[in-house]
Design a protein around this ligand. Sequence first.
Ligand SMILES: NC(=O)c1ccc[n+]([C@@H]2O[C@H](COP(=O)([O-])OP(=O)(O)OC[C@H]3O[C@@H](n4cnc5c(N)ncnc54)[C@H](OP(=O)(O)O)[C@@H]3O)[C@@H](O)[C@H]2O)c1
Length: 321
Amino acid sequence: MSAFGSTSTADEVLAGKDLSGKTVFITGGASGLGQETARAMAAKGAHVVIAARDQAKLDQAAAAIRAGSASDQVDTIVVDLASLDSVRACGKEANERFDKIDLLINNAGVMACPLTYTADGFEVQFGTNHLGHFLLTKHLMPLVEKGADKRIVNLSSRGHHIAPVDLSDPNFENREYQPWLSYGHSKTANVLFSVGLEQRFADRGIHSYAVHPGGIATNLGRHLSEQDIAELMQRIRESAEADGKEPQPMKTVEQGAATTCWAATADELEGSGGVYCEDCHVAPVDDVSRTSGVRSYAVDRQTADDLWALSEELVGESFSN
Ligand SMILES: NC(=O)c1ccc[n+]([C@@H]2O[C@H](COP(=O)([O-])OP(=O)(O)OC[C@H]3O[C@@H](n4cnc5c(N)ncnc54)[C@H](OP(=O)(O)O)[C@@H]3O)[C@@H](O)[C@H]2O)c1
């Protein structure tokens, strides 16, 4: 289905593509995989809009993207996904400044944080990774509807294997907080959001894809101690052993951005979203493998509907008005 794999880079995936005339909106575009996705797409002629919470970081990243892509079509916009007011303000500003969004890449994320809360009182991983993007997507949908490509890519993670989404206690009010459990629950929500978007918007030509980018050393690990990292590497080795495989090597940032670029542009995916992609392929549903695949609970349509209803209730807004 795809000529690319685990070692492909963003540039290789986009080779031969012409993205001129396309607007790509990327959250978390001032760091790591988001910045590399922006660079690679700008190098193919796209107008890229990078969104992050810190204007100074955005300016620095925009300069690096311009330098690395020879493109001057780089815009920045501030959004703090951990504040619904900031998300609404970003949505309003984006609708005023831009005519359309062809590709929306919901890439920003936080991982394994200590227990903290967003401005609106949501546990920070669920609040940032899922609810912030849920509301931002609602506010950007008028621009996506005006785009030609109409694709939405949501960065999930193999970390979704850790846990299903807990709809009865999304903010860890009635159970002990565990940083990795929360990350898994938020990353499952990212897959379910892709399924929910597909169910609601496919008939308008808008398709949505969840992506596991691989394991890449970025700023995402900022909350991990040396011991946390050692334990994580041990779990990765044990998972590979359980599956009878060699542990997958870490990817470079260039390789880590490849599956996002593939999901956003691959001709093979035209008209068929609501899927989870890894290593530049659509991954099979698999409830056993510890090293690949998407869990059935992450693509369950009823759970996607239930999460959608809960998310609308928590953000206090509906997609339909
Ligand atoms: N790296 C991996 O191994 C890996 C594996 C699986 C999945 N992923 C996923 O890939 C995505 C990108 O991660 P990365 O590895 O590129 O990490 P990264 O370098 O830390 O980038 C994450 C980006 O998200 C932004 N962000 C965090 N909180 C935000 C908020 N409240 N509002 C707005 N922006 C916010 C960060 O901005 P600041 O710089 O201001 O914090 C940063 O630009 C994440 O969704 C992550 O879960 C990564």
